[in-house]
Design a protein around this ligand. Structure first.
Ligand code: HEC
Ligand code: HEC
Length: 255
């Protein structure tokens, strides 16, 4: 990790001085969005949502193995790298490939500002953040919120950051909190597992499976947000540390 941070720093300093002025002039925000979309469609299944899932290959942090020009990278996308598992992507046009490159470069640029420490992030996760009160990682913690053991395989760092700062923005419908109120006033909050015309099954906050008869209930429904926003309680650096920790959770990665 230290080695990686070190090379990231030296490379971003080096690369920023070369390409930044040239690339800034022609990519629009919508090009970057198309680039991201094409990356997700054609590349993320191997390279991961942040482009760093394959060992020693890091596409999203301006940390390429060589100092490629944009044309070099477009060439790699179109033709693959011969004699390696990196395939050509014939369905991508030259123009789309340039957008992917622009998007990858822009990720690297964003990265310069915030770099988190995953070890500090883990401390916050299991300590002050009380994240384990709701989340499970590698079998430890609670099942109230989604299991985060391999969250980095499906979410980019930017998405992870926004789920910490503005959790309402991306809500997983099956993991929102569900609250029922009995006719006698008792309230139970938990995670909805199943429901039909007559009953509701939920996992209550003590993680017990409860099967409830709707005829005994006054009200029931989702209560959002389940995930508390960290904005305000945590500094930007602490959020970057948490994101760095979350971005390291990739249990079961194939590569
Ligand atoms: C089937 C899996 C797979 C897919 C799909 C894939 N790649 Fe790769 N890519 C690899 C592997 C493996 C390597 C490393 C090859 C090697 O050993 O040199 C690689 C290497 C690269 C490199 C060279 C990185 C460097 O630092 O030298 C770039 C750039 C790259 N891929 C971009 C992409 C892009 C962009 C896409 C989508 C258009 C994509 N790849 C799709 C597997 C894949
Ligand atoms: C009170 C329970 C609770 C606590 C405490 C909590 N979370 Fe969550 N979290 C949830 C729930 C429920 C969801 C899914 C629904 C949503 O997004 O609101 C969620 C969603 C997330 C997601 C998005 C998962 C995805 O699939 O994209 C991340 C990342 C996350 N939490 C991280 C954290 C971290 C880091 C902490 C500690 C700082 C934390 N959570 C504390 C309940 C909680």
């Amino acid at each position: 990790m230290n080695r990686k941070n070190f090379s990231l720093l030296t490379l971003t300093v080096l690369i920023a001085s070369f390409w930044h002025p040239a690339s800034a002039q022609h990519e629009t925000a919508s090009d970057l969005i198309s680039g991201e979309r094409a990356f997700r469609q054609y590349c993320a299944n191997c390279h991961g949502p942040d482009g760093d899932l394959i060992a020693n290959v890091d596409l999203g942090h301006n940390n390429f193995r060589q100092s490629y020009t944009d044309e070099n990278l477009v060439g790699i996308i179109m033709n693959g790298i011969p004699d390696t598992p990196m395939p050509p992507t014939p369905r991508v046009t030259d123009e789309q490939a340039s957008m992917v490159v622009a998007w990858l470069r822009s990720l690297g640029e964003r990265e310069e500002g915030m770099s988190g420490d995953p070890v500090l992030g883990l401390n916050l996760f299991s300590g002050r953040g009380n994240c384990m009160g709701c989340h499970m990682v590698n079998g430890e913690g609670s099942v109230l919120g989604p299991d985060l053991s391999s969250i980095a395989l499906i979410r980019s760092s930017a998405e992870l950051e926004s789920s910490l700062i503005e959790p309402d923005a991306i809500v997983q419908p099956d993991s929102r909190f569900f609250t029922v109120q009995f006719k006698n006033g008792e309230v139970i909050t938990g995670r909805l597992l199943n429901h039909d015309a007559f009953t509701i099954q939920l996992l209550d906050s003590d993680e017990r499976l409860r099967s409830l008869d709707k005829s005994e209930l006054q009200t029931w429904g989702f209560t959002t947000p389940g995930m508390p926003s960290l904005a305000g309680d945590f500094s930007n650096q602490e959020i970057a540390d948490l994101v760095a920790y979350l971005a390291s959770l990739r249990r079961g990665a194939a590569l």
